[in-house]
Design a protein around this ligand. Structure first.
Ligand SMILES: NC(=O)c1ccc[n+]([C@@H]2O[C@H](COP(=O)([O-])OP(=O)(O)OC[C@H]3O[C@@H](n4cnc5c(N)ncnc54)[C@H](OP(=O)(O)O)[C@@H]3O)[C@@H](O)[C@H]2O)c1
Length: 258
């Protein structure tokens, strides 16, 4: 299937490793021009070289999207380099895991800023330019724990990931007339070198074997490439009837019926 992404300009936040890097590589393989960012410059530039090796033109900006002006800077620099924006993938995210009663205002502010407000700022900065391009796509990387309870210690993460799905649905309604589709993906447990699941497997191989047996119906973790394939489809015109949706990409891991 030709996704029709050749020469589209895509911004992928957090492209230095993990899902973001996988999505950036996936979009580059489909012919996109890429702008990406992360705080750590060395890993970001190393990832940019891998993306360029696929033949893509890449803008790699070391910046911290939790800082108020960073999203605007990312979008403006993308426009300056490529002259347009067609796709925004809001990928960065993290957590402060602790029992709800022990969470502080600082914990909530920090994770809300990283998992939600950074995406709000990137989207607001990009929308006028997506409109100017005649339409486009915004994709949020939520989680299966935005659709169902993730378990004890995940109150902040769960809240922010649910909020993304809710917000994306309203954005989809508001932006449909402008030809801008807004969707979420909800990954399950994805393992990649140096990522959180990789570290847990290395620290506790037997415990993680049991986790896989109990929780992952396909008998293994997902990969960043499997996330990238779904992301590339969703931001492409082949998904022209899909907006306001949240798609599980989890090998059957989640239990929710919705
Ligand atoms: N891995 C999973 O199993 C899984 C499952 C469900 C959902 N998700 C979601 O998928 C997304 C990516 O997960 P991941 O596991 O790939 O995460 P990760 O390994 O922590 O990578 C996050 C990326 O974002 C960048 N980043 C983090 N904070 C940033 C900031 N303030 N400003 C700019 N860039 C920033 C990181 O680089 P720097 O640290 O150098 O800034 C890195 O490139 C997250 O939203 C996560 O919640 C992941």
């Amino acid at each position: 299937m030709d996704l029709g992404l050749t020469d589209k300009v895509a911004i992928v936040t957090g492209g230095s490793r993990g899902l973001g890097k996988g999505i950036a590589l996936g979009l580059a393989a489909e012919g996109c021009r890429l702008a990406t960012c992360a705080r750590g410059a060395d890993a970001l530039h190393a990832a940019a070289r891998e993306i360029e090796a696929l033949g893509a033109d890449v803008l790699a900006l070391p910046l911290d999207l939790t800082e108020a002006d960073a999203a605007q800077h990312l979008v403006e620099a993308t426009l300056e380099r490529f002259g347009r924006v067609d796709i925004l993938v809001n990928n960065i995210g993290g957590n402060r895991r602790k029992p709800f009663a022990e969470t502080t205002d600082d914990d909530w502010d920090a994770v809300l800023n990283l998992n939600l407000k950074a995406h709000i700022r990137c989207s607001r900065a990009a929308i006028p330019h997506l409109k100017a391009s005649g339409g486009g796509a915004i994709l949020f990387v939520s989680s299966i724990f935005g659709r169902e309870a993730g378990g004890a210690g995940l109150s902040i993460y769960n809240t922010t990931k649910s909020a993304l799905i809710s917000m994306a649905k309203i954005m989809a309604l508001e932006l449909a007339a402008d030809g801008i589709r807004v969707n979420c993906i909800a990954p399950g447990s994805i393992r990649f070198p140096g990522g959180s699941w990789d570290r847990r497997v290395k620290a506790d191989p037997e415990g993680m074997k049991a986790f896989v047996a109990q929780n992952l119906p396909i008998g293994r973790f997902g990969t960043a490439e499997e996330i990238a394939d779904v992301a590339a489809f969703l931001v492409s015109e082949r998904a022209s009837l899909i907006t306001g949706a949240c798609l599980n990409v989890d090998g059957g891991q989640s239990r929710s019926l919705i």
